[in-house]
Design a protein around this ligand. Structure first.
Ligand code: HEM
Length: 311
């Protein structure tokens, strides 16, 4: 498997190096809000963050690419990263609007990035990649849908794709996957009308919308049955699996106080709290190391016990 340094090199090669910027999801907007869990969530996990009381949240909406100058109307996946300030730590939920990760392994993700690089070689690189990875080809239609310009960051469903173990108060463990359902419904735009709205229309729309009203998402957890894969972010679970509403995220305003004066904001999908466990998904396990490389390159902060301020 690639090293985390090599992975971020490949990403930088594909999107360019941009100082003080995330290697991926470079263009984004930080907001504040609250999360209120449901009673059903408390029945499924003993995690203190899911026990009835609202907690503070920080939220970052983003475009998936690594170039912060790309216009919002360019085809891209969008990200919703959420940090819940639990009484006993932070729970980070990092999601994108593509229902499944297109790749089963880190190496095929990196190959895909190389294959989608613009330029004359694109003509042969992408077909070659798809021939080598027929699984990724099967997911192409769904993923092409996910890169359509949205009407708003508030009008997309977001999927965290990896499985997490929720430990119930009686000790029973269930494997779940998170999804965010937008209260505003789903809405995308045609390319021409997105272009007409301008380069930064998604941030502009977010500012306007938040002046009018909060943005709400429901956290859905899809519960696996025995035998459903918990280590493959590219494999769907059957649609008939139980889905439980676990809480409501209310985004109330922009938070321009973050990411300045040495504040390093990190959303790490492996950051969980007591009552929630990581699965063995190798992509999930790899992400934390790749993020550390990106964080060090963008902020100079080395993560680990010595740098607990990277939050
Ligand atoms: C091999 C797989 C992956 C690699 C190598 C990778 C790499 C990265 C890197 C380097 C960053 C920048 C981190 C930082 O500087 O803070 C990032 C950000 C992000 N990634 Fe991934 N990623 C992977 C898979 C995924 C998946 C499966 C999802 C969602 C389902 C995802 C969602 C996000 C989001 C939302 C952000 C932005 C977080 C923020 O706003 O700070 N990534 N990714």
């Amino acid at each position: 498997m690639a090293t985390p340094e090599h992975a971020v090199d490949v990403i930088n090669e594909r999107f360019g190096r941009h100082p003080s910027t995330r290697a991926l999801h470079a263009k984004g907007t930080v907001c504040r809000g609250t999360f209120t869990p449901t009673a059903a969530a408390a029945g499924l996990t003993r995690a203190r963050v899911m026990q009835h009381e609202p907690v503070d949240a920080v939220v970052r909406f983003s475009n998936g690419g690594g170039n912060p100058e790309d216009p919002d109307w360019a085809p891209d996946v969008r990200g919703l990263a959420v940090k819940l300030y639990a009484p006993d730590g932070h729970l980070d939920i990092s999601a994108q609007n593509a229902p499944r990760f297109p790749n089963r392994t880190v190496d095929s993700f990196l190959e895909m990035l190389e294959a989608t690089a613009p330029g004359p070689a694109a003509l042969w690189r992408m077909p070659l990649f798809l021939a080598r990875h027929p699984g990724a080809a099967a997911k192409l239609p769904g993923n092409l849908k996910a890169v359509r310009p949205p009407a708003s960051y508030a009008t997309l469903r977001y999927y965290a794709v990896h499985a997490f173990g929720w430990i119930a108060p009686d000790g029973q463990r269930r494997w779940v996957r998170y999804r965010w359902r937008p209260e505003a419904g789903q809405q995308t735009l045609g390319l021409r009308s997105a272009r007409a709205r301008g380069k930064d229309y998604l941030r502009d729309e977010l500012v306007e919308r938040l002046q009018r009203e909060p943005i709400r998402f429901t956290l859905e957890v899809q519960i696996a049955r025995d035998g459903d894969p918990t280590d493959d972010p590219a494999a769907a679970w059957p649609d008939d699996r139980e889905v439980v509403d676990a809480g409501t995220l209310e985004v109330t305003g922009l938070d321009d106080s973050r990411e300045r004066d040495g504040d390093v904001l990190v959303f790490d999908p492996t950051r969980v709290v007591d009552g929630i466990e990581l699965s063995d998904d190798p992509v999930l396990r790899f992400r934390t190391h790749a993020y550390s490389v990106s964080i060090e390159r963008r902020s100079g902060v080395e993560r680990g016990a010595e740098a607990p301020d990277a939050s």
